[in-house]
Write a protein that binds this ligand. Sequence first.
Ligand SMILES: CO[C@H](O)c1c[n+]2c([nH]1)[C@H](O)[C@@H](O)[C@H](O)[C@H]2CO
Length: 444
Amino acid sequence: MSAFPEGFCWGVATSAYQIEGSPLADGAGPSIWHRFAHTPGHIADGETGNIACNHYQRYLEDIGLLHELGVNAYRFSIAWGRVLPEGRGAINRKGLGFYQRLVDALLERGISPVITLYHWDLPMALQDRGGWINPDSPQWFADYAEVLFRTFADRVTSWITINEPWVIAVLGHLEGRHAPGWRDPSAAARVGHHLLLAHAAAVASYRTLGHGQIGIALNLEPQHPAYPKAADLLAAQRRDAFVNRWFLDALFLASYPIELAQIFGPAWPKFGAVALDQIHYPGDFIGVNYYTRARVAAAPEAKPLGAICLPPPREKSTAMGWEIYPEGLGEVLGWFKERYGNPRVLITENGAAFADPAPCAGLVLDPQRIVYLRSHLRAAAQALAAGVDLGGYFVWSLMDNFEWAEGYSKRFGLYWVDRQTLQRYPKSSAHFYRSVIATQGAVL
Ligand SMILES: CO[C@H](O)c1c[n+]2c([nH]1)[C@H](O)[C@@H](O)[C@H](O)[C@H]2CO
C-alpha cells in the first residue's frame, strides 16, 4: 500500500558552491565562500570549491543520474555571482545561460526545477559593502530575485528564497565557522533580521511576477533535555528558542521569542512593531531541513545560552557526529500542524554522511544510509497520515560534494564521487530511493 499520495514531490537537493566548480568561469564574480575557502585554516585539508564535482561541465550527466533515480523534482541553488558578478547591476548573460540550459534540460526530462535563490554564496562585492548587515541587503536580494523570476517565469514554479537563515546568521556571523567568518552577536542578530526582510521582499516580488509557489528553508532540530532535570529542561527551551523559534515565530507569528533578547543581551536590536510586521511572510510553503536532534544539558558557564549539547552514542551517530533520530522528524513536522496553522511543508533536506566504502564492481554498499532514509521516510509517512500537509521530500544529497568547513571528507551523496576522476558511482541507497519513488513508498 502506497505510503505517499500520487503527485507527491520526490527529489534530491544540492547547492551551487558545493557541486559546480568553476567559480569564476564565464565572467562569474567570486563569492564569500570562494574567499573563505581560499583563506588558510578554514576548510579541512585546505580544500576549496574550485573543482567540487565539476557539475558546471558535467550537468547533463548529472541530469542523467536524476532520471535514473526517477525523481520528479530537483532542488538546486543559483550562484548569485554567476548572474550578477557585482551582486547588483549588470547581468552576466553567460552565467545566467548556464542555469537556463540546466532548467531546460531538466524540463525535457520531466523533472521540475526547485530553485534556491540563496544557498550561502553571497557575491564578494556585496560583502565588501557590509554584506547582510547592510540595511540595503534586502533590496539587493529582491533585485537579484527579480532577475531570476523574470528569466524563468514561464518555466519554474517552485522557489526557495533563502537556505537556513539561522546557519547564515549564527555560523557565519556569530561563531565564525562559515563565511564570512565573523564573531559578532550584534551582527548576527541584524543579519537574521535582514534575511527575513530579504525573504519577505522576494515573496512580495514573486506575487507580482510569478504564478507558482515560494517559500524558505529552515534547519529545524528538536531540543530535548539530556536528563529529567528542571535545569536541563530550561536549557533545552532556551536552545529551542535560539535554534528553532527564532525564525519560525518571526515568519508565522511576526514576533521574536523573548528569550533572544536575554540570550543576545544588549546586542539584540530594539525591533519595532513595523519591523516585526515586515518579517511576517512565511510564503506558500515552509522548507524543513531535518537531520537530527540535540540533547541539551544546563551549563551556566557556556555563554550565552548556558547550555551544551551532549554527543550521542557512537553506535547511533552519523559521520558528522549527529544522532540518528528519525522520531525527531515527526516531532518537527507536528509543530506545523499544532502551532503554525498547518501550512504546506516540504522536507527540503534529509540525509546523512557515513564512512562509505569505495566502489566495488561499480557500486558502493551503504546499508547505514538505507536504514537512515527508510526510518526517516517512515516518520514522514506517519506525519502525513496524522494530517501534516506534507508535499515533498528531498534527499540531501544527489552526490558527495563540498561539505563546507569539512571539505570533501564527509560524504552525503546517493552517488559516490571519486575525488581523482570525479566519476560518479551509485550507492545502494540510490537504488533503494529509486524503489521508494517507484512504489510511492510501498516498499518502506
Ligand atoms: C544541522 O544540519 C543542517 O540543517 C544542515 C545540513 N546541511 C545543510 N544544513 C546545508 O543546507 C547543506 O548545504 C549541507 O551540505 C547539509 C549537510 O551538512
